[in-house]
Design a protein around this ligand. Sequence first.
Ligand code: URA
Length: 235
Amino acid sequence: MTVERLQKIMASRGVASRRRCEELIASGKVKVNGLVASLGDRAQVETDRITIEGWGELSPDTPTLVYLMLNKPRGYVTTVRDQRERPTVLDLVREIPQRIFPVGRLDRDTEGLLLLTNDGALTQRLLHPSGMVQKVYLARVDRLPTPQGLDYLRQGICLEDGWTAPAQVQVVDDSHLRLTIHEGRKRQVRRMLAAVDSKVLNLERVRLGPLRLGKLPRGSFRHLTPLEVAALQKL
Ligand code: URA
């Protein structure tokens, strides 16, 4: 059992960001064993009764928040359970005891950075259509778009579900493109490239907002660092 600062206990259980938890404490909204807490107070979640106005009571059963980065391989569906019993991304993170969910979706054949968490508030923020979270994809294509095709991608292109926002597009070499988008429509990168006559042979997400895939091996996952979590919470 550990004695920890109140804001740390609260933030790790998903009450709010650490800064917001400090504000809640400072404004007298947090009580420990029935007494209004002050900033700097410490507590022990197993034995102290911590109540937060407008949120409820923290108990040892309140799950700890986890944030994982997975390097998704091909062939895994991004869902919690697949009707057709295909392997899912959760099969790759079996040892994590918390009930976690993928944030957004990568196609079965897309590889790369997938965030999994049990932080519902963060998930909602990241997936909200008004969000401008950048996603960077590396695409291997059968042939590069023409200069005019690249211009179309950069200006926004008309797909069957409407115009895309302008994308940042860099030609990496004679078969690879790096695309930065902030929307999250179904098979968006594949459809954008198909619209300019390039077929995607391989697609990998290498960045999601402040998170970079780096050298995480395919099929492996790691916990985000506190700095990475803080950067996500700021979005
Ligand atoms: N765009 C796609 O086409 N597929 C993905 O998995 C992600 C973005």
